[in-house]
Design a protein around this ligand. Sequence first.
Ligand code: ADP
Ligand code: MG
Length: 715
Amino acid sequence: MLTAPLRRPRPSRLQEPLKLEGKLAKGMAALGLDTVGDLLEHLPRDQREARTIAALRVGEQATVAVEVRSIAGRSVHRRGMRGIVEASVFDETGSMIATFFNQPWLVKRYPGGTRLVLHGSIDARARFRVAHHAVGSEVGSSAAVHAVAHYPAGEGVSSTQILTLVRGVRERLSDIVEPLATGVRVAESLPDRAAALGAMHFSDSAHEREAARRRLAFEELLLAQLALLLRRRRHGECSRAPALADPPTLSSRWLERGLPFQLTGDQRGAIETIAKELGRSSPMQRLLMGEVGSGKTVVALYAMLRAVEHGAQAALMAPTETLAEQHFATLQRLMGDEPVTMALLTGSTTTARREAALGRLKTGELSMVVGTHALIEPDVSFRGLAVAIIDEQHRFGVRQREALDAKGSPHMLHMTATPIPRTLALTRYGDLDRSVLRELPRGRQAIETRIVSGEREREEAYQRLREQLQAGRQAYVVCPLVEAPPEDVQDRVYGDSATLGGSSSVEASASSTVDGSQARAATAEFERLRRGALAGWRLALLHGQMRPREKQEAMAAFAKGEAQVLVATTVIEVGVDVPNATIMLVENAERFGISQLHQLRGRVGRGEHRSTCLLIGPPGSARLKALARHSDGFRLAEIDLWLRKEGELIGSRQSGMGRFKVASLPEDAALLERARAWAQEILDHDPQLSGPAHALLGNALELAYGEQAKRPIAA
Ligand code: ADP
Ligand code: MG
């Protein structure tokens, strides 16, 4: 023990600038690597990504060691593109085409016979899109992949140069501080931070490197959980919502007499939990998840009525006008003849009506308001907003939700029909409590889902559709965008890690370009069907570019059964409720995401009749097959997560705790659960992270999430 070197970290020494010159200095600065500490934290790529060609999976980031057989460039006629280089490459398990973008000089640099290490992903057409590349040594061995320790590199700096620099500062690892309390580290059998960083850079043992990776991932997840839990505590402590604790009057009367059906067990459970939380003065922050048709609106209305019977106000915000109108109609229907004042506020509300509504909201004369973003405009103010519901909450940004919160610090219920797997719920919504409606209202039937490919099957599909119409039922025909908009193509070409051959229509559906081409597609399809396969039946058209009045008319015609077929874009994804509709045909289904298709499919199977969903698309599509196999939205969400990887499910519009440097979800799900448990435990004992065991952890948290992350009371 006496001879063991005494480690006394001096973290300030990590701030010393790297002494570099010329191109290298510039390149490193561009990578954000300025100090010794930056360099030590710049980790090589995940070794678990090393693969053979045979083991590559579509859409998954991986690294392969290959040899070039032949290479050639080709020009591309698209602005901003400097051509594509295609190399035929192989290892001992197979061969493939690797594609390099905008680097025409590689044709000369990587002639046949060159050994390369490539990082990227393979697309559905079996082309490997290269994001990073370096000259390698032995082909096909994972040792080769590691020997080049491919660091994320950049202009003027190669991965090899970075490795040399890291070697040069190796002894400075002793200045790395340990933010984890010894108790946590021992209980989780994690190496200390300096050892972990050392192993990531220099160890030849895959086992050691994985232990090191786990340790760094754990720390990252722990910090994220601490930040989320602290945010939630802060919100609970410093905001005050009206405590709605008086005995129920209107709400119980409504529950007992007003409903035309029995609540499901899950609905009852959610209502009970919500009632309890509304009774407290710390604002409820709850996420209500439930499949399409699981009956979330009833739960929401209950919460709103609790506000109303206390003389306070309630608001429901939905992402689209169609949906807001639907909700407004549903609430009016569900309220029956209870005397509750209610208004609708959207972008197309006339100025006169809007002004009247705003006035009545301010005086408190209006108890309930349903609307779109129009609700969070600065001139909207409430006399006493006690409950706010946000439907399809993932379609709103953080700032929009905050804007609603600012209208009176209400109890908040966020609703979503997209089942969110636990890993995502913990990372992205770790500051919300959750209620789930799993049980579908009685009488709902599973929807038969089939993939339809080729002309003959398409004809059969139309035949089935006509049979349903003949039997008095109704049908949906859904069209996605026909052509990907140019931005989308560019993203796929230039982006590296976040690309996956499939569609990004979930995110893209917000953009007007997409909606424009969707509208065109739906209009063309409407004409085609009216003249062809569905001639003689009554068709209606619905897309986002129609005027609000036209939209309303189309929806109303379909709801009343006047129109038998609704040809539509994804506008119908949410909110449309026509129990008599029993068949849905989705064109180009492979262009939709799994959860979007699942939501779409939820438009049928809402009544007593057996329903069918026909997905027109390639028979081999993993996503379509998943839909045909599974009806459980949670199961589908898990599959989606595996296919798309964390972060893309909800899209980039959701800011915040999304991506991690080292941790990778859902693979690290178990680690995440442990980090969550530790975060809770640590905050229970030391809510300010001020004790000696946690001071360094507190510093790390500030460093990662900003100074405000630790502050107990928001300024
Ligand atoms: P979600 O918003 O979760 O998709 P909704 O709240 O719109 O679902 O409910 C879908 C339909 O089911 C509505 O017509 C609603 O009136 C009906 N519904 C809700 N709860 C029940 C229930 N417990 N039993 C029967 N029907 C129900
Ligand atoms: Mg709904």
